[in-house]
Design a protein. Structure first.
Length: 316
């Protein structure tokens, strides 16, 4: 058996058991992938994949165990490469940050310029997606880390560490009736009052939207959500043209930038949310990744992150 066979098995699983897609991702031929997998199965004396004719349908029970071992082996191979790069090219390399639009637009611009100044030879790539996609990217090592509020904190195989907390705000035009509320009055705004107006907010996979739905449902209120979007800029655009009241994440509203709108905190209605950074359990982190994490939050020191990595590897 060899590492090439392991790569073929791992990529076949990642590509939803599609050999053609796996071969394309590995820059090889589909027959070559199929042949290598069959040879590995013959050597192990078990079937890794369930097949229907020539099509692979899934993993067998022993195949699932084999896949876990292969994943650990390949992770350690990748770690060896990172160790080598850490000492041979200490301040060079690349980092892929998985993020939602909100993180890319409002949080990372405060971090990446400082990171690039300290590590000018490190290539930084942003990979945007919804939280479930970001979780899979980190698990499959297509991203070094990911920032999101939903999903990643409950994804097996990932270590999630808190970066910052936030609350929702409503955004309205200055001529809207709610714009007349003072700050203290806004803190007393009820769900019933808010639900009197058409609402514009996030897609269910983003920025605490599910919590918004849960709060309304628990109160027995059916809000009139007239538009859903994946980022706050779109929500604010449609608020500005008079479509309704926007509900967005607090970091997405800046009175200096959003001069044509009024923002009112509604944390008392929808609670406090935590945005996490996720890294894969068992990975070797380059020195500059530790520094990037501390730039995201002063609480994420090297010791804190390393302790979390070590604890994840300790059997319960």
């Amino acid at each position: 058996m060899n590492l090439q066979q392991f790569r073929f098995v791992r990529e076949t699983i990642r590509r939803n058991y599609n050999l053609t897609d796996a071969a394309r991702a590995l820059y090889t031929s589909q027959p070559g992938v199929s042949k290598a997998i069959i040879e590995l199965e013959d050597e192990l004396g078990i079937k890794i994949f369930e097949r229907h004719g020539k099509r692979i349908k899934g993993l067998t029970k022993p195949g699932a165990a084999v896949a876990q071992v292969i994943d650990r082996i390949m992770r350690e191979v990748d770690n060896l490469k990172k160790v080598s790069a850490e000492f041979a090219q200490r301040d060079e390399g690349g980092v892929v940050i998985g993020c939602t639009h909100a993180q890319a637009r409002y949080i990372l611009p405060k971090v990446i310029p400082a990171f690039r100044k300290q590590f000018p030879k490190v290539r930084v790539s942003l990979a945007e997606g919804n939280p479930p996609t970001l979780a899979q990217m980190v698990l499959h090592e297509q991203a070094d880390l990911a920032l999101a509020t939903e999903t990643i904190g409950a994804t097996p195989g990932l270590i999630a560490l808190p970066v910052y907390s936030w609350q929702h705000v409503i955004v309205i035009r200055p001529d809207h009736p709610l714009a007349e509320l003072t700050s203290s009055q806004a803190r007393e705004l009820s769900l019933e009052q808010l639900a009197q107006y058409p609402l514009i907010t996030y897609d269910p996979q983003f920025s605490g939207r599910r919590r918004i739905d849960e709060i309304f449902e628990q109160a027995g209120i059916q809000p009139d959500i007239v538009l859903e979007a994946i980022d706050a800029d779109i929500i604010k655009t449609y608020v500005d043209v008079g479509l309704g009241v926007g509900i967005i994440a607090g970091m997405a509203f800046d009175p200096r930038r959003d001069k044509g709108l009024v923002g009112l905190s509604v944390g008392h209605l929808f609670g406090t949310h935590v945005t996490n950074v996720a890294i894969k359990s068992g990975v070797f982190l380059r020195d500059y990744v530790f520094i990037l994490l501390e730039m995201l939050s002063a609480e994420l020191t090297r010791d804190v992150v390393q302790d979390a990595l070590d604890q994840a590897l300790t059997p319960n």
